[in-house]
Design a binder for this molecule. Structure first.
Ligand code: SIN
Length: 489
């Protein structure tokens, strides 16, 4: 565990919730345990807040928001810039806290801190551009003005797979436009959120504008979605939970954005640059040990090049070292919990039972615990569990196709529509596939698509709304149309 004394700045290791500028415990003292997925050992406990404390957090956020929305955009931007700078300055400490509760390899943990900071920076810069409109009028005695106003208090429910970046992606736009936020981090990774909260406080985020509530998802989610002072919910997580939250938000007709599950196809045409496709597969499949919503889940390779692709991929994947965050050279960390290991094992077993062949890995790593060997499987059929559900582990399942249309059709045969990938050297072929893919995002000749400048989000059962980019601002603002009349009198 990262004993606080291993950190350069011990005060970043926070185990209480930040509400209204105070570090609070649960009224009844109850806690939840946070463990290190590499060892299963408890790292810390954090408060298990109930609806009463969450209601208090919402109330203080509502009060703080009234002042925050009146602060100039430039000043809000300065605060976000300072927050981003502090994150960068404390990259190692936040990376260590995150790596220990999540298990991601050291370089990825530090990279995620930078990724989180990049959202704060991007939206700091957008703060001054969150414009309304003045529209040519429909009456000579009136003017048509459109104001863009903050929604009010926004709730963010964030996942364990990117404990810092998914907060940055939500809090950046929210604070930039003058909303206050109550964030409920995943129970597996609350310590990163609390470290971020400490840095936000130091950056000058006013008390009550950013609050973190930890504890059990059910009761906290219920309060966040039923309290009429919360005007917006942004959730990243599974489709199943997203559906429940959306139904709960329906009661108050709350503004909702959802970034949900995916089942990304990764198509390799027979004219593709295979080295580039392999490099893209390493990112799209093995980044974060396969635990991303945009992970390549179904790799579809033209039958003419499949052997060559598999040879090259296997060589590359066999070089991925398995280890804990602090193991130098580790590229694949432990899976988040025992349920994640069980799911990966079930998917591999099911694929093999349906005729897939294990080319590499295929079983738990010799270290035991939650470590799984990077795996390459060929002959993974479309009707296997691996092809129908997100595997969320370091397992590349490969199937073949004969013609382009068949590949795109097969890629679309899923209720999900988050990310997709396609490789070809022929721009016409590539573009036809891009247009045919029913997904919110397409990596065309690349496996790396994540950036604060791009609209991140899905279609179908993968979600609603977009995060990042100029469009990310829309999710935290409402338009108010003002008709200013009586001007000719
Ligand atoms: C996710 O898996 O939901 C986020 C991935 C990313 O932002 O790159």
């Amino acid at each position: 565990m990262p004993a606080p004394q291993q950190l350069k700045d011990e005060a970043l290791f926070r185990t209480a919730c930040l509400v209204g500028g105070d570090w609070i415990e649960a009224d009844d003292g109850s806690t939840i345990s946070v463990d290190d997925p590499a060892t299963g050992d408890e790292i810390a406990t954090v408060p298990s807040l109930g609806p009463v404390e969450v209601r208090r957090a919402i109330e203080v956020a509502a009060v703080a928001q009234r002042d925050w929305r009146r602060v100039t955009a430039r000043e809000r931007a300065r605060v976000l810039h300072r927050w981003a700078d502090l994150l960068t300055e404390h990259r190692d400490d936040v990376g260590l806290i995150m790596g220990t509760e999540h298990g991601k390899p050291w370089e990825e943990a530090k990279g995620e801190v930078d990724y989180a900071a990049s959202f704060l920076e991007w939206f700091a810069e957008e703060a001054g551009r969150a414009n309304g409109d003045v529209v040519p009028t429909f009456r000579s005695d009136s003017r048509v003005i459109v104001l863009r106003e903050p929604v009010g208090v926004a709730a963010g429910i964030t996942p364990w797979n990117f404990p810092a970046a998914m907060i940055g992606r939500k809090v950046g736009p929210a604070l930039a436009v003058g909303c206050a936020m109550v964030v409920k981090p995943a129970s597996q990774t609350p310590l990163t959120a609390l470290a971020l909260a400490e840095l936000g406080r130091r950056a000058g985020v006013p008390d009550g504008v950013f609050n973190v509530v930890t504890g059990k998802a059910g009761p906290i989610g219920e309060e966040l979605t039923s309290n009429p002072s919360v005007r917006k919910l942004s959730f990243t997580g599974s489709t199943e939970v997203g559906r429940t939250l959306m139904a709960q938000c329906a009661h108050h007709i709350m503004k909702v954005s959802l970034e949900l599950g995916g089942n990304a196809p990764f198509i390799v045409f027979d004219d593709a640059d295979l080295d580039a496709a392999v490099e893209g597969t390493l990112v799209a499949k093995f980044r974060n040990s396969g635990q991303t919503c945009i992970a390549a889940n179904r790799i579809l390779v033209h039958e003419r090049v499949v052997d060559d692709y598999v040879d090259r991929l296997t060589k590359a994947v066999s070089g991925l070292e398995v280890g804990a965050t602090t193991d130098p050279g580790a590229k694949i960390g432990p899976l988040i919990d025992d349920a994640a290991v069980d799911k990966v094992a079930r998917h591999v077993e099911d694929a093999v039972g349906h005729g897939a062949e294990v080319v590499l890995g295929g079983s738990a790593n010799e270290r035991g615990g939650r470590f799984w060997d990077p795996t390459v499987l060929v002959g993974v059929k479309a009707d296997t569990a691996m092809s129908c559900e997100e595997t969320f582990g370091p397992v590349a399942g490969i199937d073949t196709f004969r013609d382009d249309e068949q590949a795109v059709r097969q890629a679309n045969e899923t209720p999900y529509g988050l990310a997709s990938y396609v490789y070809s050297r022929d721009i016409g072929r590539l573009w036809r596939a891009v247009e045919g893919l029913e997904y919110g995002m397409v990596g065309a000749n690349t496996g790396f698509i994540s950036s604060p400048v791009a609209p991140f989000g899905g279609v179908k059962e993968s979600g609603l709304g977009r995060e990042g980019s100029v469009h990310g601002i829309d999710e935290y603002t409402e338009l108010k149309y003002v008709c200013l009349g009586g001007l000719d009198r």
